[in-house]
Design a protein around this ligand. Sequence first.
Ligand code: FES
Length: 103
Amino acid sequence: MGTLTKVAERRQVREGSPLVVEINETKILLYNINGQYYASARGCPHMGAPLDEGACAGTEVICVWHHWSFDLNTGKCTSNPYAPEDLKIYPVTVQGNELWIEI
Ligand code: FES
């Protein structure tokens, strides 16, 4: 089991605009999708593109470099069945107005 860390207030994470946070020098993206919060690694597992420069479609994030898409629930690549690595996903816990993630 990982460590729960407070990363942001809910109001800081706007829909359609992921928030970059950093924990122990690891950059993590927080997403607000229809009032549900998700967290992933910032870097695309393909070649490291910053996923906050991509786009979201439903609960998928689409990489700006080669357009691979990743499910924010599972981290699985939904556009390339041969993707060698999943996107790292972090569980998000909402406590009042605070967002905590487990790393
Ligand atoms: S770097 Fe993201 S799909 Fe290639």
